[in-house]
Design a protein around this ligand. Structure first.
Ligand code: GLV
Length: 326
C-alpha cells in the first residue's frame, strides 16, 4: 500500500511507515497547495496530514483509493468529515498526548501577558534598563483572581488543575455535560457564557472549532468583559473575531491577550502587531520535543492500524467504519 506524508516529520515515524508501506513525502518544509495535495494523494491508500492541509470533498474525490487520513493534531477542522463519511474514508486525530503541554502553554501566555514579559524582554535587550522604577512594567496579579474557562474538556481541565496553585476561583462554560465528579474534583463552577465573561479576570478558550464556536468572542462578548481582563486563545483562531479583538484591546475594553492561533493562519491580523499588551505565538501550544513526537507516532499508529484493517485507536468518524472503503 502507498502512503503520503504532507510535510517532513520525525524520522522515527517515517521509518516506521517505511517498514509497512511504500512511502512518499513532501521533503520541502512548506505547505502544499491544493493542486499538489490532489496530485500526491491520487494513488495513495493513506495520508499523514497536518492541520495546515485542507482536505475537502475535492481532495477526497480525487483520491479514489484513500482509506485513511491520519491528522497529526487533536483538532481536525481542516478535514471535511462529511466528505470523508460520504466516501468511506476513516479520519483520525491525536487526542490526549498534547493535553498537558497545551495547558502549560495556555499558562505561559497567561503569565506572559499578565506580567508583560515580552515587552520587558524587548526593553531590557534594547539597553533601556537604566534604573529600577517603582512603576516600571506594572502588570496584573494572577494569584487569587478568577479564571474563566470556555470549554472544560481535556485541555480545559488541565488548565483548571494548574489554577489551584494560584489559589484562583475557576469558572467554566461548556454546553457538554461534564461529570459531577470532575466538577467537584476541580472545584470549578459552571456559569452561563455571558456571566463568565463578566466575572473573569482571565479567560482561556478550550473549545473545538465548530459553526457554534465560530467568533464566540466578538464585539458584543468583548464588551461584557472587565477592562482588566486578559484573553488567552490556544484553541483555534476563528473562535475569536480577530478584528474585534484588536478593537477591544485598542479601546481598552480588555487589558491584553495571549494568542497562539489565528483566523487565517499563517496570516496575522496586522492590527495585533501594534498592540504591546498582546503576546503572539505561531501556533506552538503543543510544541514540546516530547509531545510532538508522541503526536506524530500516534498519527502513524492510526494510519498503520487502519490500513491493516483494524479499527484505529483514534477514529473521529466511527460512523464510517462499517461502510469504509476496502
Ligand atoms: C494543534 O493545534 C492540534 O490541534 O493538535
Amino acid at each position: 500500500m502507498k502512503v503520503y506524508i504532507t510535510r517532513p516529520v520525525f524520522d522515527e515515524a517515517i521509518d516506521r511507515l517505511r517498514r509497512e508501506f511504500e512511502v512518499e513525502l513532501n521533503a520541502e518544509d512548506r505547505i502544499l497547495s491544493k493542486r499538489e495535495l490532489i496530485q500526491h494523494l491520487r494513488d495513495k491508500d493513506g495520508a499523514l496530514t497536518l492541520l495546515t492541509d485542507a482536505i475537502d470533498l475535492e481532495v477526497f474525490q480525487s483520491a479514489p483509493q484513500l482509506k485513511v487520513v491520519a491528522n497529526f493534531a487533536v483538532g481536525f477542522n481542516n478535514v471535511s468529515i462529511d466528505s470523508a463519511n460520504k466516501l468511506g474514508v476513516a479520519v483520525t486525530n491525536t487526542p490526549g498526548v498534547l493535553t498537558e503541554t497545551t495547558a502549560d502553554f495556555a499558562w505561559t501566555l497567561l503569565m506572559a501577558a499578565a506580567r508583560r514579559v515580552v515587552e520587558a524582554d524587548k526593553f531590557a535587550r534594547a539597553g533601556n534598563f537604566k534604573a529600577w522604577g517603582p512603576k516600571m512594567f506594572l502588570g496584573y496579579d494572577v494569584y487569587g483572581k478568577t479564571l474563566g474557562l470556555v470549554g472544560l474538556g481535556r485541555i480545559g481541565q488541565a488548565v483548571a488543575r494548574r489554577a489551584a496553585g494560584f489559589n484562583m476561583r475557576v469558572v467554566f462554560h461548556d454546553p457538554e455535560s461534564i461529570p459531577e465528579r470532575v466538577i467537584k474534583e476541580l472545584g470549578v463552577t459552571r456559569l452561563p457564557l455571558d456571566e463568565l465573561l463578566r466575572v473573569s479576570d482571565f479567560i482561556s478558550l478550550h473549545v473545538p472549532l465548530f459553526p457554534e464556536t465560530h467568533h464566540l468572542l466578538n464585539d458584543r462578548t468583548f464588551a461584557l468583559m472587565k477592562p482588566t481582563c486578559i484573553v488567552i486563545n490556544t484553541s483555534r483562531g476563528p473562535v475569536v473575531d480577530e478584528k474585534a479583538l484588536v478593537r477591544a484591546v485598542r479601546e481598552g475594553k480588555i487589558a491584553g491577550a495571549g494568542i497562539d492561533v489565528f483566523e487565517k493562519e499563517p496570516e496575522i491580523e496586522p492590527g495585533l502587531f501594534e498592540l504591546e499588551n498582546v503576546v503572539l505565538a505561531p501556533h506552538i501550544a503543543s510544541a514540546s520535543h516530547e509531545t510532538r513526537l508522541k503526536m506524530c507516532m500516534m498519527a502513524v499508529e492510526n494510519l498503520v492500524a487502519t490500513l491493516k484493517g483494524q479499527r484505529p485507536p483514534n477514529l473521529v468518524n466511527p460512523e464510517v467504519w462499517d461502510k469504509r472503503r476496502a
